[in-house]
Design a protein around this ligand. Structure first.
Ligand SMILES: [Zn+2]
Length: 248
C-alpha cells in the first residue's frame, strides 16, 4: 500500500506503526458550509481545506491528516440559504476535544489548517485553551488562515488578475481552485461578478455587517476569467507557503 496519511483510511495498527516510526504531527483541515456565490458549492472551503491538507502532508514527512471538519464559523453569511454555522466556542471545543485524543496516542504537534477566514477566532480560542491544557502539544496556526498568501496573489498578478478580480470570496481565486478540484460542481453558466471594490479595507465591514450587506449575490471578486490550471497553481503555492511557514 502506498503511504497515505488520512486517518479515516488507516487502521489502528497502521497508525501505531506510523507513530512508532516518528509520525508526530496531525494536520486538521477545517472547512465551512456557506454560500459561495450562485456558481460554487456550499462546501467550497471544505474541498479546499482537504486538498491543502493533502498537499501540506506531502511536504511534511510523518504528518497524518485528520478528516476535514466540514462546518465552521460562518455567521457573516447569514441570510443566504444553505448556511450551517457553529459558535466560535463550539468549534474551539471540538478542536480541543480532538486534540486531547490525539495527544493520548502520541501526537505532539497539531496543525490547524483552515481554508475559511471566519474560523480564525475559534482557532485562536482553541490554541489558547490547548496551550493551557496540553502544554506538551505544539499547536500551529498558519498566518495565512486570515489573508490570501502573497505568493498566491503574485501568481494572480503574473496572469494579469487584479486583487479585485481574484477576490476574497468566490472570485477568480476560489473559482479557479474549485474548477481544478471538482469541475463537476461549478455552475459556470451562473457565474457573475460581485463586489469589486477594495478587498483589504472591506474585511472589517464584512465582519460587522455580513456579506449580504456588501454583495447581494455573495461574491467578492469576479469569477469570469477563472481557470482550472491556475487553480492548481494557487493551491500548490498556498501549500508551499504553509510548508515554508511551518518549517521556518
Ligand atoms: Zn471560501
Amino acid at each position: 500500500m502506498a503511504y497515505q496519511p488520512n486517518l479515516a483510511h488507516l487502521t489502528w495498527p497502521e497508525v501505531a506503526r506510523a507513530v512508532a516510526a516518528g509520525a508526530d504531527t496531525v494536520i486538521l483541515p477545517l472547512g465551512a458550509t456557506e454560500q459561495h456565490g450562485p456558481h460554487l458549492p456550499l462546501g467550497t472551503d471544505t474541498l479546499r481545506a482537504e486538498d491543502l491538507a493533502r498537499r501540506l502532508a506531502a511536504r511534511l514527512p510523518g504528518a497524518l491528516v485528520a478528516p476535514v471538519l466540514p462546518i465552521g464559523c460562518s455567521d457573516e453569511h447569514a441570510g443566504f440559504p444553505g448556511l450551517l454555522s457553529l459558535d466560535a466556542a463550539t468549534l474551539a471545543a471540538v478542536i480541543v476535544d480532538c486534540a486531547r485524543r490525539m495527544a493520548a496516542w502520541g501526537i505532539t504537534r497539531l496543525v490547524l489548517l483552515s481554508a475559511h477566514g471566519g474560523n480564525g477566532r475559534a482557532l485562536a480560542l482553541a490554541a489558547e485553551r490547548l496551550r493551557r491544557e496540553l502544554p506538551d502539544l505544539r499547536v500551529w496556526l498558519p498566518a495565512q488562515t486570515l489573508a490570501p498568501d502573497e505568493a498566491v496573489l503574485a501568481l494572480a498578478a503574473e496572469a494579469g488578475i487584479a486583487p479585485e478580480e481574484f477576490g476574497l470570496h468566490a472570485g477568480e481565486g476560489e473559482t479557479s481552485e474549485v474548477l481544478w478540484l471538482r469541475p463537476d460542481l461549478v455552475r459556470a453558466e451562473a457565474a457573475e461578478a460581485g463586489y469589486r471594490g477594495e478587498m483589504t479595507t472591506i474585511v472589517e465591514t464584512l465582519q460587522r455587517l455580513g456579506l449580504k450587506a456588501v454583495t447581494p449575490n455573495g461574491v467578492l471578486g469576479d469569477p469570469a476569467r477563472a481557470r482550472a490550471a491556475r487553480g492548481e497553481r494557487y493551491l500548490e503555492a498556498r501549500a508551499g507557503a504553509l510548508a515554508k511557514e511551518l518549517l521556518a
